[in-house]
Write a protein that binds this ligand. Structure first.
Ligand SMILES: Nc1ncnc2c1ncn2[C@@H]1O[C@H](COP(=O)(O)OP(=O)(O)OP(=O)(O)O)[C@@H](O)[C@H]1O
Ligand SMILES: O=P(O)(O)O[C@H]1[C@H](O)[C@@H](O)[C@H](OP(=O)(O)O)[C@@H](OP(=O)(O)O)[C@H]1O
Length: 294
């Protein structure tokens, strides 16, 4: 399923050029950030051609594709991709819907990290103490007190779907303001991290770590003084790169390689599990009871 064209070798002869065809279905935002002209040109030089999928036409009638790359919202699109995947086993679908379902919910996405048990392996990997609030904002202060979570809290929408809304994060600093939050959400204890965090990108065996500026530490004194709910949109986005910043080496030191390798291996292994047991997923809540085997 490759497009064949003519290419000229150094000695004036013709050789057959094969292109790997990637059909893509992306939001305009994602197309703008990811499919930049320079990237497309580089891909083309390497024999990779990106072709836009027309979401208003049947997917099966388009192509042929070698690879499908997609990130669109909604169940309707997921169903289309899943059907296509099953009827076109020869096409590689990146991020098949069943495999990324777990990542569409901020509680379920961390479950495998909780289970990792990397609390003492060349460093520590853990999940902040957290709870889920499904509805009734008025009950939040009581629920938080019952769960024993300490202020300040980071409030994150439960559902993660790439929409602007799902990226909205808030810092909640006092008990009474907690009722202003909008469920469904995850409330996490704020973890001081010296204003720097590491983002880890993993593709196959390749691991890339970048350093980003983040929220400053919250000390006891500031906790007491600032009541309210504070939005902090995209605080550690690519624009907040700290890779070239002159930082205290104790803060800037990258996570140790053995830890990253183990983390990458474990997560790949665990996140690949749904391909064996496909499940229907209830986005309103997540725990083992909500894995309903088809
Ligand atoms: N528990 C926490 N304690 C302190 N800071 C936090 C906490 N959770 C998140 N943050 C801050 O909020 C930022 C975004 O958090 P998170 O990664 O959970 O959201 P996201 O929408 O998935 O982010 P991204 O868009 O970068 O993928 C982090 O980069 C960090 O600066
Ligand atoms: O640039 P980095 O630091 O890698 O952060 C990414 C986020 O982690 C992704 O979640 C964003 O994609 P979505 O907005 O589709 O979730 C993604 O959005 P983008 O592809 O539109 O830039 C980025 O914000």
């Amino acid at each position: 399923m490759r497009i064949k064209g003519k290419n000229f070798d150094g000695e004036g002869g013709e050789e057959e050029e094969q292109k790997l065809v990637v059909g893509y279905a992306l939001t305009l935002k994602k197309k703008k950030s990811f499919l930049q002209p320079e990237f497309e040109r580089l891909a083309c030089k390497k024999g990779i051609l990106f072709v836009a999928i027309d979401v208003n036409l049947p997917l099966s009638g388009q192509g042929p594709f070698d690879i499908i790359l997609h990130k669109l919202l909604g169940k309707e699109w997921s169903d289309i991709v899943e059907d296509y995947r099953q009827t076109h086993p020869e096409v590689t679908v990146i991020d098949p819907p069943y495999a990324i379902q777990q990542l569409h919910n901020r509680q379920s996405m961390l479950q495998d990290v909780v289970d990792l048990n990397l609390s003492d392996f060349h460093g520590r990997v853990g999940v902040p103490k957290q709870m889920v609030i499904m509805k009734d904002p008025l009950s939040i202060p009581d629920e938080v007190a019952k769960a024993g979570l300490k202020l300040p809290l980071v409030a994150k929408p439960l559902v993660v779907d790439g929409s602007a809304k799902s990226h909205e994060l808030f810092l909640a600093c006092d008990w009474s303001s907690l009722s202003e939050l909008e469920p469904p959400l995850v409330l996490q204890e704020f973890v001081n991290h010296d204003g720097i965090l590491f983002k880890i990108y993993i593709v196959g065996d390749a691991i890339k770590v970048v350093r980003r500026f983040s929220l400053a530490n919250v000390n006891k004194c500031r906790r007491a003084k600032v009541p309210g709910i504070f939005p902090f949109p995209r605080v550690s986005s690519a624009a907040a790169s700290a890779d070239d910043a002159d930082l205290d080496p104790r803060i800037a030191e990258l996570p140790p390689k053995p830890l990253l390798e183990r983390l990458s291996k474990e997560l790949r292994h665990r996140l690949a599990r749904p391909s064996i047991v496909q499940y229907r997923y209830d986005p309103r809540a997540w725990d083992k009871r909500h894995l309903l085997c088809d």
